[in-house]
Design a protein around this ligand. Structure first.
Ligand code: ADP
Ligand code: MG
Length: 265
């Protein structure tokens, strides 16, 4: 076969080899290689780099889909100046995801609206980027699902599903008090994941209140014993970021937070 004929069959060969990015961008990449006067190995590296970048992007997009994040939140979009109780250096270190690789726990605690879920999603995205499987679930949905699984005699199956991802993110733990049986389900899940996968839990309650949240001091102690064995804590203080925006627009007076529902004035 002549050189020209081989070149003509290149797109078809790239298709069979499933080198999508190389095939789709072939003309542009070859033009670039010629323009930059690249040697043959350099030109080949340019083509491979395009394919590698494309696959990496596809892997990340798939991972983000599987993770089921409720919204798009990033570390770049987090305003550290608005949150002086957080150490940006600590957050950036966590973004490197060594804690996920190690199977550690990360607790993100603080009052409502201070950016706990934002950070959980942002760090979860970083974990996907770093190549880890991630699953995000609101605490209530998790417990409802486990309860349902137990009622159907399929608890083990559900536990396996939640034990699989390298990082499980449980959001808003403790907002509502749990039914007495729920503590045992949480314990079963934490035990199943213990020293295998990483957990990120966001909560408006400090760990000292988990006994109350779980309605069971003994089980809460056993859960925390496992969770806190290798753990990191981000404690966020201050006013709600949501209300801060409202305050700025003059809707609320400065430094007032609405009284909780049912509270007397
Ligand atoms: P929490 O989970 O602590 O209740 P969220 O993470 O849901 O709070 O934050 C409430 C809203 O405010 C979200 O839209 C979030 O993106 C935004 N937000 C909170 N803190 C910050 C911050 N420091 N910089 C940018 N956006 C923030
Ligand atoms: Mg939240």
């Amino acid at each position: 076969m002549s050189g020209a004929a081989v070149a003509a069959s290149l797109p078809e060969m790239l298709r069979r080899l499933k080198l999508t990015a190389m095939r789709e961008r072939l003309d542009g990449l070859l033009d670039e290689a010629a323009r930059r006067d690249l040697t043959l190995p350099e030109a080949l590296a340019l083509l491979c780099a395009a394919e590698v970048a494309h696959r990496e992007e596809r892997r990340i997009q798939m991972g983000l889909g599987i993770a089921k994040f409720p919204c798009v939140r990033t570390l770049e979009g987090f305003d550290f100046a608005a949150q002086p109780s957080l150490d940006p250096k600590q957050v950036r270190e966590l973004a490197a995801c060594r804690w996920v690789a190690n199977g550690d726990t990360l607790l993100v605690q603080g009052p409502p609206g201070v950016g706990k879920s934002h950070l959980a999603v942002a760090l979860g995205r970083e974990a996907v980027r770093a190549g880890h499987s991630v699953l995000f679930t609101p605490a209530m949905a998790l417990i409802t699902d486990l309860t349902k699984g137990q009622a159907e005699g399929r608890l083990d199956e559900r536990l396996t599903r939640y034990a699989k991802p390298k990082l499980l993110i449980i959001d808003e733990f403790g907002y509502l008090p749990l039914e007495p049986h729920a503590a045992h389900l949480v314990f079963a899940l934490v035990s199943r994941r213990y020293e295998r996968g990483s957990l990120l839990v966001t909560s408006n309650r400090s760990v000292s209140e988990w006994g109350t949240v779980l309605n069971d001091q003994v089980v809460a102690t056993a859960i925390l014993d496992r969770l806190l064995h290798h753990s990191h804590v981000l404690t966020i203080k201050g006013d709600s970021y949501r209300l801060r925006e409202k305050r700025r627009s003059g809707l609320l007076k400065s430094n007032t937070t609405p009284a909780p529902a049912g509270a007397s004035a």
